[in-house]
Design a protein around this ligand. Structure first.
Ligand code: LM5
Length: 449
C-alpha cells in the first residue's frame, strides 16, 4: 500500500443508521432542472440531438447569451407538492435534485453568485419548496452539485500557469462556500451527489475533495457522499491508489448496469446506478423521437436488477421549463408505482441474495429472515423456474401472491419452482422460505468425473 493523505477514509460498508436508511431506500427519483429546460434542445429553430443540458456547448452559444435565459425562468406550471405526490406514488424513497448543473445556474438564492433563482421572474427559493414538499411525503432529498461550472470566470479545466492556480484556488473557495450554504440552509438534506469532477484541475486538488467530504459530514453528521467527488493524492478518482473506494458509495454506473454474473464484485460496497429514460437526455428535450425511449417495464427491470446486486437505482426525470412533467414520465411513474404498491417489499431494504443468477429474472433478499424473493421477467415456456441454492439449503415453501406454488427438488441443491401458467402483464414475484444447512437428499449425488 502507498501512504495516502487524501485516499479512502474507511473500508467496508458504513453501518450507521443514516447509511442504512440510504441503502434501504433503494429507489430514487433524479431530477435535472435548470435553464437548459427552457430551450429544451432547440435553438434558433434548430433541434440539437445531443443531451439537452449540453445545448450551450452543442449549439456553441456564448455564455452571456445563455446566462440571459435566467430572466426567462418562470415555471408557471410548477407545483412542488404535485411532483412530490407523483414521486411518492411511483414508490421513490429518495429524490436527488440538480441544485447547480454544469451551466452554473443555482436553484437556490446563493450568496456566492447572482446567477441564481432569486434573480429570475420566479424569485422564490425553489429548492426549499422542493425539499419541503418531498420531505412532507416522507421522501429523503439529496443534492446533486456540479463542480464543473461554465459560468464562473475562475473555473479551469486544467492548471497550466500560476494564474490558473490562483484563479482555481478562488474557484474552490467559491464551491466550498456554496456547499457549506447548501448543507447549512437545508438541514434535512441526506446526501450529496457530486458531478463534473473529471477534469485535471480537480484531479490535481485531491486535498479539496477530502476537505469537502469532511466539511459536509461535520455540518450534517451522517451525510452520504458519492465516490465521484473524490480524487486521491495521485489524482486517482472513485477508487484510490490502494484500490479502496473513496466516499460512501460507488457512483460510476451512469446509463449502464453491472453484469449480474461477471460484475458480482460490485456487491462488496454500496453503489448506485443513475438512468435516463431516453438513451441520453437528462434535462428536458422537446423531441424524444430521435432515440429509444425506455418503457416502464425496461426501467422496472433495471430497478430489480440493481436491487438484486445490492445497489440503489436513481431514475431521471427532466421537467420542462414551465414546470410541467411530460406525459411519458407520468406514465412511467404510474406504471412502476402500481407494481411497487404490491411488491415494494422485494426492493426496499433488500439486498444481493448471493444465489446463482438464473435466466428467468432476479433474486432479492430482505435484510432479515430466511426469505429469498424471485422476480420473474422472462416467463419460461415450460413454466418451470430453476433455482440453484447454496449447498444444503432447503426450500420449505414458495408462494405467489400469498398462494402456495409447487417446489420440486430436481438434483443436489437444485429445484424447480412451478410458475402458474397465465398471461403476466407485469413481473410476478415468488417468495421462497429457504433454510440453510439441512441434510441433503441422499437420492441426489454429484457425478464422479
Ligand atoms: C449525471 C450526468 N452527468 C452529466 C454528464 O454526462 N456530464 C458529462 C460531460 C459534461 C461536460 C463535458 C463532457 C461530458 C449529465 O449532464 C448528467 O448530469
Amino acid at each position: 500500500e502507498v501512504p495516502l493523505k487524501y485516499g479512502a477514509q474507511y473500508t467496508g460498508k458504513r453501518t450507521d443508521e443514516a447509511m442504512n436508511k440510504w441503502r434501504g431506500n433503494r429507489f430514487g427519483q433524479f431530477i435535472h432542472w435548470g435553464l437548459y429546460a427552457i430551450p429544451g434542445g432547440v435553438w434558433n429553430g434548430k433541434t440539437y440531438n445531443y443531451a439537452a443540458e449540453f445545448l450551450k456547448s452543442s449549439a456553441k452559444i456564448p455564455t452571456s447569451t445563455w446566462d440571459s435565459l435566467m430572466y426567462q425562468f418562470n415555471p408557471v406550471k410548477f407545483n412542488a407538492r404535485q411532483w412530490a405526490k407523483m414521486a411518492k406514488q411511483m414508490g421513490a424513497r429518495y429524490m436527488t435534485i440538480t441544485t447547480k448543473h454544469h451551466e452554473g445556474f443555482c436553484l437556490w438564492p446563493s450568496q456566492y453568485t447572482d446567477f441564481n433563482i432569486g434573480n429570475t421572474p420566479y424569485k422564490k427559493d425553489i429548492l426549499k419548496e422542493l425539499v419541503e414538499a418531498y420531505n412532507a411525503e416522507g421522501i429523503d432529498v439529496n443534492f446533486y452539485y456540479s463542480v464543473l461550472d461554465w459560468h464562473h470566470p475562475d473555473w479551469r479545466y486544467d492548471i497550466k500557469s500560476p494564474e490558473d492556480s490562483v484563479a482555481f484556488r478562488r474557484f474552490l473557495q467559491f464551491a466550498s462556500g456554496q456547499l457549506r450554504e447548501l448543507a447549512t440552509n437545508y438541514p434535512t438534506v441526506k446526501a450529496f451527489w457530486f458531478d463534473g469532477t473529471w477534469d485535471n484541475s480537480i484531479k490535481k486538488n485531491g486535498w479539496w475533495t477530502l476537505e469537502v467530504e469532511q466539511m459536509l459530514k461535520k455540518i450534517r453528521p451522517g451525510a452520504v457522499v458519492n465516490s465521484r467527488l473524490r480524487a486521491d493524492d495521485f489524482g486517482k478518482r472513485h477508487i484510490d491508489s490502494n484500490g479502496k473506494l473513496m466516499g460512501d458509495y460507488e457512483s460510476g454506473y451512469e446509463r449502464r448496469l453491472p453484469n449480474p454474473v461477471k460484475d458480482v464484485q460490485v456487491t462488496r460496497w454500496d453503489w448506485e446506478a443513475c438512468m435516463t429514460v431516453p438513451e441520453n437526455q437528462w434535462g428536458y428535450h422537446k423531441d424524444w423521437s430521435v432515440s429509444h425511449v425506455k418503457s416502464p417495464l425496461e426501467l422496472l427491470e433495471m430497478l430489480v436488477h440493481t436491487t438484486s446486486m445490492g445497489g440503489n437505482f436513481l431514475l431521471n426525470f427532466g421537467p420542462a421549463g414551465d414546470g410541467s412533467i411530460r406525459a411519458e414520465e407520468q406514465h412511467i411513474a404510474r406504471t412502476i408505482g402500481a407494481w411497487m404498491q404490491q411488491n415494494g417489499q422485494v426492493i426496499y431494504d433488500c439486498d444481493y441474495a448471493g444465489w446463482e443468477k438464473q435466466d428467468w429474472g432476479y433474486f432479492t433478499k430482505p435484510r432479515t429472515g430466511n426469505i429469498v424473493n424471485m422476480v420473474v421477467f422472462n416467463i419460461p415456456v415450460n413454466g418451470l423456474l430453476k433455482v440453484k441454492v447454496p449447498a444444503g439449503t432447503k426450500i420449505s415453501k414458495a408462494t405467489l401472491a400469498g398462494k402456495n406454488v409447487k417446489v420440486e427438488e430436481i438434483a443436489k441443491d437444485q429445484f424447480f419452482i412451478h410458475l402458474p401458467q397465465q398471461a403476466y402483464k407485469m413481473p410476478p414475484v415468488i417468495v421462497l422460505e429457504a433454510v440453510g444447512g439441512a441434510k441433503t437428499n441422499a437420492q441426489y449425488q454429484e457425478a464422479k468425473t
